[in-house]
Design a protein around this ligand. Structure first.
Ligand SMILES: [Zn+2]
Length: 380
């Protein structure tokens, strides 16, 4: 039994078409895309755009219980401070919030998630197999002398995920340039399980100030933490051009946020990491600092752009469509068709799951969603 659907517009992962019919198996496997004129009878006509399921390349599902707790527009340093001080305030609310947040992603047409984990809190939900997850077990460790200790702590969490997921769905990943000491970087770079990494990159101007000049908010933070040594010695170069040297050439990775990334930074990364993906989290940027990256500039360089929601601690919803609407508000010149490709095929390539997800191509089972003005309907 085949199902034939003719939407007002069909987005196949790459571009929008009119007058095309999507042919699916009864379980949602793509059989073909054909001309409407050749589709014969029993064609279901739908309004709106029909698209492959969305890929959310950056989330922290385990922070879902912090929705609405943290003040908006405070800047990253205050934001991180509030996360650290409040994330365990009401531990009993964590599991229900995780379950609810995943259901929200399902409703919003998301089929796969790059999820940051500092704990094993989300394992119980992920084991149900409702969505595809790449689990980025995220390592934080400021003190250079304690690098091995920090590494071992997170390696235990990594092992717990590896017991439940195939190794290709788990990585041990750095949190951010400012929160990972240089010796810890070296342990992560040498770790054999790390085929795919993710890093919060250039989310705040203070990061640049520290790496280039050794001044700014992070200098103050390190002093407050009474570190014996700063995590990284400033070398007069931006963060990405500093930690980039620690990683193997051609490392597959996702740069998350990129609010203060310059053209020079991108050129550097294109040379060293040609397969990297650049993840935009527009609503989280708006929430935390009310400033978005220079997306048209990123676009012009030809890098692979993808989308992420970040966590409910810094967002109003877990919805890739809401991310697209936010970007559209700031940059109305960017066509929806472009952003849909970021949300689908590009995201699937970033998480290395393009053999199943991200586009309507024969044999794939990418999820099928209908996009109306402000709602998403999930067909598969
Ligand atoms: Zn994040």
């Amino acid at each position: 039994m085949y199902r034939k659907i003719k939407p007002a517009q069909l987005f196949d992962g790459y571009q929008l078409f009119e007058d095309k019919v999507l042919v699916l198996s009864d379980t949602g496997t793509v059989i073909d895309i054909i001309e409407a004129g050749d589709a014969g009878e029993e064609v279901q006509v739908l309004e709106g755009i029909l698209s492959p399921g969305f890929i959310n390349c950056h989330c922290h599902l385990e922070l879902s219980h912090m929705k609405g707790i943290i003040d908006e527009h405070t800047g990253l340093l205050k934001f991180v401070n509030q996360i650290v001080s409040q994330r365990y305030a009401q531990p009993e609310t964590i599991p229900a919030a995780i379950e609810k947040a995943e259901a929200e992603m399902v409703r919003n047409g998301i089929v796969a998630v790059g999820d940051i984990c500092n704990t094993t809190d989300t394992l119980f939900q992920k084991e149900k197999g409702i969505l595809y997850y790449h689990n980025f077990v995220e390592v934080i460790g400021f003190e250079p002398a304690q690098a091995q200790q920090h590494f071992d702590t997170y390696k235990t969490i990594y092992n717990a995920y590896c017991e439940r997921f195939p190794p290709k769905q788990v990585s041990l990943t750095p949190h951010a340039p400012y929160s990972v000491a240089t010796p810890l970087w070296k342990l992560l770079a040498a770790f054999p399980g790390n085929g795919l990494l993710s890093i919060h990159n250039q989310e705040t101007e203070d990061e640049t100030e520290w790496f280039v000049n050794g001044t700014g908010g992070f200098k103050a933070l390190y002093e407050r933490l009474q570190l014996k040594e700063a995590p990284v010695v400033p070398q007069g170069r931006t963060s990405i051009q500093t930690y980039g040297e620690y990683l193997p050439q051609k490392q597959q990775l996702l740069f998350i946020h990129n609010v203060f990334t310059t053209l020079e930074d991108i050129r550097y990364a294109q040379g060293r990491f040609p397969e990297a993906s650049w993840c935009l989290c527009a609503n989280a940027n708006y929430y935390i600092t009310n400033r978005l990256p220079d997306i048209p500039m990123l676009q012009e360089t030809g890098v692979r752009l993808v989308l992420g929601t970040d966590s409910l601690a810094s967002n109003y919803s877990l919805s890739i469509w809401d991310e697209i609407l936010r970007i559209q508000k700031h940059y109305p010149q960017i066509p929806v068709e472009k952003m849909l490709s970021w949300a689908t095929i590009n995201g699937a390539k970033a998480l290395q799951i393009q053999n199943r997800y991200g586009s309507f191509e024969k044999g794939k089972e990418p999820g099928v969603i209908q996009i109306l003005d402000h709602t998403i309907n999930r067909l598969y």
